[in-house]
Design a binder for this molecule. Sequence first.
Ligand code: NAI
Length: 449
Amino acid sequence: MKITVIGTGYVGLVTGACLSEMGNHVVCLDVDARKIEILNAGGIPIHEPGLQELVRRNAAAGRLEFTTDIPRAVAHGTLQFIAVGTPPDEDGSADLQYVTAAARNIGRLMTDHKVIVDKSTVPVGTADKVRAAVADELARRGVDLAFSVASNPEFLKEGAAVEDFMRPDRIIIGTDDERATLLLRALYAPFVRNHDRLLVMDVKSAEFSKYAANAMLATRISFMNELSRLAEALGADIEQVRVGIGSDPRIGTHFLYAGAGYGGSCFPKDVKALARTAAEAGLPSKMMAAVEAVNEEQKLVLVRKIVAQYGEDLSGKTFALWGLAFKPNTDDMREAPSRVIVAELLRRGATLQAYDPVAADEARRVIALDLGDEKPETRDRLRFVSSATAALAQADALVIVTEWKEFRTPDFEALAQALADRRIFDGRNLYNPALVRGFGLDYRSIGRS
Ligand code: NAI
């Protein structure tokens, strides 16, 4: 099939690459010329396991193309996927300006029937807005062309995006249009071994499902984070509690980890957007407000532990920081808890030596923006280093923010020797406290005393 993907970010690029792998001819469009240049030069603008090979192979086969040429992209695809960003507006609602711009471009330029598919995470009712924007552009041109609009929210996880797209838990298609249903069923058939995983429903339910899924996942995290504070105060161990409750199949073992708070491009903005939608519907969500509030506090949990140990004034103290990305296997720094932790520690006078296996460049860029108003003296106390070991040099204590695999089994003896205070603040509960303490290290983690 001929496919156009509008927006070549984390979702658009993975979608385009995976669809081309199944023999489709895909054109990926972006307004960011730098991204398209990198892709056309054989590079890749993001870190995502397995994606580079997929992109190279299909681009070389001529099935996957990248362009900034809007007319060409609109002319190409029978199916037009919209995978642009939907960042939070000032009031927390999803900003639909990029979705609307993409829809308008389609309406302005289409010359045959198009199936327009919303893949971006968008509030209930957006498909109607997309339909109206396309119809408005067609009317301006005085052209009478039929088109279909469907919702196909994306459920991939950054860090495992290719795997998730290739072997999805489910694919949701929201449409009441037969042509769209037939085409999308055919397109996704190679990705679903049995069709129970392909769920066709009405458009609004499809749009709502994506928010419901992310809200549920964020709720589980905030729930465990809140319990972890209580566990710590009561002398219980949240890791044992996690195992204790996770073995109940009604609860399940996934997404029950207490930590330093959730981040990323989805949970924070989708929780906010759902809260906004609920308020607009006259049904304010107490749960979403609580999930967000708990998470904001949780991002500070490591800073609080550090301050409890050393006091508010951290000048003269040097901390090694392991991990900056919001989770492992990605370079995505959007809403990463590390950004809050870095800013708070620097403001209190600390010196930081930060290491991340892949997110360092992106971290440097976004943290520079975060610290834009700070004095150079403050900003200069943050150094990025190129290995976990380098971060430890002359450090007083270690702070672990992201659970990259390479941090899981360190040489504890070497850690005890390198860290002047022999102290670890672990925001991801990577180690067994008894084991670490056996090396003479003072070990502070989440929800365990
Ligand atoms: P992103 O920011 O990585 O990519 C969006 C891309 O769209 C950017 O490259 C931007 O330049 C481009 N763009 C904006 N306006 C455009 C236009 N008019 N024409 C062509 N390109 C345009 O965003 P990401 O992370 O891929 O997210 C996209 C959507 O997918 C969002 O709604 C997000 O909530 C949703 N989503 C994201 C997931 C993730 O893990 N990142 C997972 C599931 C859904």
